[in-house]
Design a protein around this ligand. Structure first.
Ligand code: NAP
Length: 239
């Protein structure tokens, strides 16, 4: 049996990824900020409480994992924020609210870094392991043609830099760990719902479809792929 941690498993892509991994005989640790988020969790699923903006809660959740297993084969950071309550992605400069930009950075960039920090002891073992951070194509600086969404774009660009840095460091310290940034496509979830109007139906993936594509990419990764920024088809994205 293989062990996976899905950070942000309560909704959307993370929930779909968790159920896919359970079907593939993984033990899945899945997180939400809410303690009661997982009603009647299926066999093999271990619910955890974690807010990635609070390092103590990240540390506590990883301690809980370590009490159950001595290694993780997959850590997937799915948790992310594009809008929350009155906070929405900026269309123009005048829309900038520093609190929202900081929130996006705390969840989307610093969050995965803290998870990596506390998951590292469980990733350093003699088997293949993958640390996959859910990024977004809009985090690409090279591919930015439309502008807007300042906080989200920049937080994902910062996340990408952290992912690349981690790949370099773990290449020295934990050679069997493959670290990647992944773009899931446009997926029909709470996060994308307000922005789906102009997305052609064939370009809007269901969470299950996107999760299956991402898992195929993850399963095909080799150690030499560590540090790459890939989409759901395994195609590299410009940084
Ligand atoms: N959907 C898309 O089209 C799309 C496109 C490109 C990239 N992405 C990326 O893919 C990832 C998943 O997106 P999604 O569409 O599945 O989003 P979603 O349906 O909104 O789910 C977001 C998840 O993140 C968790 N989360 C939010 N804030 C958190 C925090 N502070 N600490 C811990 N967990 C937190 C939520 O858990 P609780 O609320 O239960 O705590 C939830 O499980 C995100 O990183 C997103 O940026 C999505």
């Amino acid at each position: 049996m293989r062990n996976a941690l899905i950070v942000g498993a309560s909704r959307g892509l993370g929930r779909a990824m968790a159920s896919l991994l359970l079907k593939r005989d993984h033990r899945v640790f899945g997180t939400s900020r809410q303690r009661g988020a997982f009603v009647a969790p299926p066999r093999g699923f271990v619910p955890l409480q974690m807010d990635v903006t609070d390092e103590a809660s990240v540390a506590e959740a990883l301690d809980e994992v370590a009490r159950e297993v001595d290694r993780l084969h997959l850590v997937m950071h799915v948790a992310g924020v594009l809008h929350e309550g009155p906070m929405a992605p900026e269309k123009k400069l005048e829309d900038i609210d520093p609190a929202f930009v900081q929130k996006a950075f705390a969840v989307n960039a610093v969050g995965p870094l803290l998870v990596a920090k506390h998951a590292l002891p469980l990733l350093r073992h003699d088997e293949r392991a993958v640390l996959a951070n859910l990024s977004a194509r809009v985090g690409s600086i090279g591919d930015n043609r439309l502008g807007g969404w300042y906080g989200y774009r920049a937080s994902k660009a910062a996340q990408n830099m952290f992912t690349k840095n981690l790949a370099i460091e773990l290449g020295r310290r934990a050679r069997r760990v493959i670290v990647v940034a992944l773009h899931p496509g446009t997926v029909d979830t709470d996060l994308s719902r307000p922005f789906q109007r102009n997305v052609p139906p064939e370009k809007l993936f269901s969470p299950g479809d996107s999760a299956a594509r991402l898992l195929a990419v993850i399963e095909g990764l080799e150690v030499t792929d560590s540090g790459r920024y890939l989409d759901y088809a395994g195609t590299p994205i410009a940084w």
